[in-house]
Design a protein around this ligand. Structure first.
Ligand SMILES: C[S@@+](CC[C@H](N)C(=O)[O-])C[C@H]1O[C@@H](n2cnc3c(N)ncnc32)[C@H](O)[C@@H]1O
Length: 279
């Protein structure tokens, strides 16, 4: 997969890339997941006036959420190592005329900042790290003493259907096998507790939510799943997890919707797990 960053070693490289389609997928994902992230940040204690570091800011959605929470007296710095993502996030911040958020390119665990942050936050980023505890330890150093560390990660233990919808369940298998082959931690949500402790932080407070729905109400979830499989398709095929013919990505969403309309299935999405503690 070409992720635009010239990473030669595919295994361990960021598997989702930053194509235009992937940036759009991140934005669609945010529409479904942002309310959950907002509840996590609220409960963790992100409040007006704070200076916040958003790690792995992607298309900018978590930074925009944090910018809303910290208000005009606060400040959010979003950092992503992919310059294509940073460009997209900057353009969106410009469209929204946001003055309290800015984006930088780099790995914040390896960067120095002019001042410590009141909160270091991130969504769906630890799962892609070779050593998440090491990264978290370094990131916690970017927070002031007593500052917040808040991460929202997903967990592939969640997606399932009842009664079973075969195409949806197959998507889960394709996703898990492909991500694992790339070194992505598909149980990162459940590992947040041990990762915080290993990073030297106090045992975190945690929150669990998950998307769930059936019939028409499941459409957004199914669309998101099919767009994730579309993003992963070249790697799914390259790794021999499934063939393009078997997946037939152009009809994947419609097939899942048809199964959903025919049955009375309920679809369970990824577990969305938040963890936070203070330095
Ligand atoms: C799945 S996206 C999530 C984006 C955003 N946090 C959201 O939830 O919409 C993960 C992002 O983390 C970035 N990333 C992964 N590892 C990183 C690192 N070590 N430093 C900075 N960015 C990183 C990737 O480039 C990608 O844009």
């Amino acid at each position: 997969m070409n992720n635009g960053e010239g990473e030669a070693d595919r295994t361990g490289a960021y598997v989702l890339g930053h194509s235009g389609g992937e940036i759009e997928r991140l934005k669609a994902q945010a529409r479904l997941i942002d309310p959950i992230t907002r509840r996590i940040l609220n409960e963790a204690g992100v409040v007006p006036g704070m200076r916040v570091l958003d790690v792995g800011s992607g298309a900018g959605d978590v930074a925009f959420l944090a910018a809303d929470l910290v208000g005009p007296d606060g400040e959010v710095v979003g950092v992503d190592r992919a310059s294509t993502a940073v460009d997209a996030a900057r353009a969106r911040a410009g469209e929204r005329s946001l003055r309290n958020v800015r984006f930088l390119a780099g790995d914040p665990a390896e960067m120095t900042f002019e001042r410590p942050f009141d909160a270091v936050i991130g969504r769906y980023v630890l799962q892609f790290q070779k050593d998440p505890a090491r990264m978290l330890r370094r990131l916690a150093d970017r927070a002031r003493p007593g500052g917040l560390v808040v991460f929202h990660e997903l967990d592939w233990g969640g997606p399932s259907s009842f009664p079973p919808a075969p195409t949806y369940d197959r998507c889960r298998r394709w996703g898990v096998e492909t991500l694992r082959a790339h070194g992505t931690e598909t149980r990162m949500g459940s590992k947040l507790h041990s990762t915080f402790v290993e990073a030297g932080l106090s045992p975190p407070s945690m929150r669990l939510e998950a998307p769930i729905g059936g019939g028409e109400k499941a459409a957004d979830m199914l669309r998101l799943v099919s767009s994730l499989i579309a993003t992963l398709l070249p790697e799914i095929e390259r790794l021999g997890v499934a063939t393009g013919v078997e997946i037939d990505v152009d009809t994947l969403f419609d097939r899942m919707q048809r199964e959903s309309a025919e049955g009375s299935n309920v679809f369970f999405g990824h577990l969305q797990i938040g963890a936070w503690s203070r330095t």
